[in-house]
Design a protein around this ligand. Structure first.
Ligand SMILES: C[S@@+](CC[C@H](N)C(=O)[O-])C[C@H]1O[C@@H](n2cnc3c(N)ncnc32)[C@H](O)[C@@H]1O
Length: 262
């Protein structure tokens, strides 16, 4: 069970207020796969502050959201306060979404890296219309990644850096919200294969952007609610920060699974 306290909710908000554009690239893969919604309906699992909700509205989707701890983002048409680990039984029986998405949520929900809770897996199929898209994105599992010796411009370097920041900063220096579980998307794809066809699985290169090193360290410290000084955070993230136009980028990548309801 996730441990999203009000304190944690506030720390998410303060990070996003500090640098609202930091995660802009994370949203690109959703734009690419979902395209213009022209009023089609998407269910967003774990909407948090609404970073993805805003993006989905901007590209024309009607967005229903669910979150265990956060209130409805203003862009949501309808919001459910619920624990998705128990499934999606709170939705209307005839819910038939054109897409179901989640960004950085499932590692808080699953009790095992290779399986979603059965109720959730069954309900994902029940609420997605035939032909609808399921797009799940989460922190890469460190088990399948190469070392950081790879080229810093390579997507695997970014994925390895994401995994390293979780291993060195988030897991040891933050109240646990995910029990150290890293979702293995290939196994989740196999779990869902009776009801969904495989479309794509990839490491989505989505570097975080910051105006300078201090904002980068403050952002990471706040977002993950780290029990560390700014200098300690900077010592971990500093060596991989790369010059960007403008500012700096922190190599980052998420593991993405895209499926289509049969
Ligand atoms: C890392 S945040 C990501 C928020 C948002 N998707 C984003 O990318 O900005 C994880 C979100 O999942 C929500 N969450 C965690 N466990 C949940 C559960 N069991 N049921 C519903 N929501 C959950 C949290 O409250 C939080 O908003």
């Amino acid at each position: 069970m996730t441990a999203f306290t009000m304190e944690r909710v506030d720390s998410y908000r303060s990070a996003e207020e500090l640098c609202p554009v930091a995660r802009a690239m994370e949203l690109q893969s959703f734009r690419d796969y979902l395209g213009s919604g022209s009023e089609k309906r998407v269910l967003e699992l774990g909407s948090g502050n609404g970073t993805l909700t805003r993006c989905l509205r901007e590209i024309g989707w009607t967005v229903d959201t669910v979150d265990i701890a956060f209130q409805a983002p203003p862009e949501a048409r309808r919001h459910h306060a619920a624990d998705i680990a128990d499934g999606l039984g709170f939705l209307p029986k005839d819910a038939a979404y054109d897409a179901v998405v989640s960004l950085a949520v499932l590692h808080h929900v699953a009790a095992c890296p290779r399986r979603l809770p059965d109720n959730l897996a069954n309900d994902l199929a029940a609420v997605t219309r035939p032909g609808g898209i399921l797009m799940l994105q989460d922190v890469p599992t460190p088990r399948v990644l190469p070392s950081l010796d790879a080229n810093p411009d390579d997507g695997y370097f970014a994925a390895a850096n994401t995994a390293r920041i979780f291993a060195e900063l988030v897991d040891p220096h933050s109240e646990p919200t995910h029990n150290g579980i890293y979702i293995e998307m290939a196994a989740i794809g196999a779990q869902l294969a009776d009801e969904f066809a495989h479309l794509a699985r990839f490491h989505h290169r989505c570097d975080w952007n910051f105006p300078n090193e201090e904002i980068a360290a403050r952002y990471v410290q706040a977002l993950f609610h780290l029990n560390l000084s700014l200098a300690e955070v900077a010592a971990v993230i500093g060596p991989t920060l790369q010059p960007a136009e403008p500012g700096l980028r922190l190599p980052w990548a998420l593991d993405c699974l895209v499926m289509q309801r049969l």
